[in-house]
Design a protein around this ligand. Structure first.
Ligand code: ZN
Length: 64
């Protein structure tokens, strides 16, 4: 369980962010216009203060 960086409250993680009408969401890619897609970031929201944190569950994918 993630803790809020602001108030140390438990954050909710079963949520996602939509940025367009097709519900593709957002993704983390290598730099560049057609950067290789690495992973879809997840978010956690603090129900107390509303802080949103982006995080990647499998950070091993970044070690290349
Ligand atoms: Zn908070």
């Amino acid at each position: 369980m993630r803790k809020c960086v602001r108030c140390n409250n438990e954050m909710k993680e079963e949520l996602e962010i939509k940025v367009d009408m097709q519900s593709y969401g957002i993704s983390v890619t290598r730099k560049g216009i057609f950067g290789k897609k690495i992973v879809k970031p997840q978010i956690a929201v603090c129900p107390k203060c509303g802080e949103i944190s982006f995080f990647i569950e499998n950070v091993n994918l970044l070690k290349e």
